[in-house]
Design a protein around this ligand. Structure first.
Ligand code: CMP
Length: 143
C-alpha cells in the first residue's frame, strides 16, 4: 500500500492545528502508521530541503523549519501521495482553495502549515530520512 510523508510545520504546531490536520486525514480514510513530535536539526533540514539549496529563500526555509517542534507523520492508503497533496492545497496559501488545509489555515508561502511528499520517490526518501523502519507500524483496520 502507498505511503506518504506529511509534516505539520512549526506554525501549525504553535497554532494547535495538529489535531485538526490528523482529523482530516483520518476522516478521509487514510491510516496513520507513524508519528512523532520532533525538533529538526540544521543537518536534517538541509538534507530534507536539498533540492531548494540554490533558491534565495533556502536560508529562511531552514531557519523556519528548525524554529520549533514539527509533527512528522507517515500515512498509508490508496493514492495517498496525490490525494494528500490535494487536501493540503497549493504551496502558496493565497492561491490554495478554501476547504484545503493551506486554504483554510495558511497565509504566507513560508508559513504554510504543512509539508507533504510530492512523488513516490520523494515519499520514500523523506520517510527514510525522518523515520526508522521500526518506528512504523502495520495493522489492519477493524470494521
Ligand atoms: P514545502 O512543501 O515544505 O516545500 C518547500 C517550501 O518552500 C514550501 O513548502 C514553502 O513553504 C517554501 N517556499 C516556497 N517558496 C518560497 C518563498 N518564495 N519564500 C519562502 N519560502 C518559500
Amino acid at each position: 500500500m502507498e505511503k506518504t510523508f506529511l509534516m505539520v510545520k512549526p506554525d501549525g504546531v504553535q497554532r494547535n492545528l495538529i489535531g485538526e490536520i490528523v482529523n482530516r486525514f483520518e476522516r478521509k480514510g487514510f491510516q496513520l502508521v507513524g508519528a512523532k513530535l520532533m525538533q529538526i536539526s540544521n543537518e536534517l533540514a538541509s538534507e530534507h530541503y536539498g533540492e531548494h539549496k540554490e533558491r534565495p529563500f533556502f536560508g529562511e526555509l531552514v531557519d523556519f523549519i528548525t524554529s520549533g517542534p514539527v509533527f512528522a507523520m507517515v500515512w498509508e492508503g490508496e493514492n495517498v501521495i496525490k490525494t494528500a497533496r490535494e487536501m493540503m492545497g497549493k504551496t502558496n496559501p493565497a492561491e490554495a482553495a478554501p476547504g484545503t488545509i493551506r486554504g483554510d489555515f495558511g497565509v504566507t508561502v513560508g508559513k504554510n502549515v504543512i509539508h507533504g511528499s510530492d512523488s513516490p520517490e520523494s515519499a520514500e526518501r523523506e520517510i527514510n530520512l525522518f523515520f526508522d523502519q521500526k518506528e512504523l507500524v502495520s495493522y489492519t483496520k477493524q470494521d
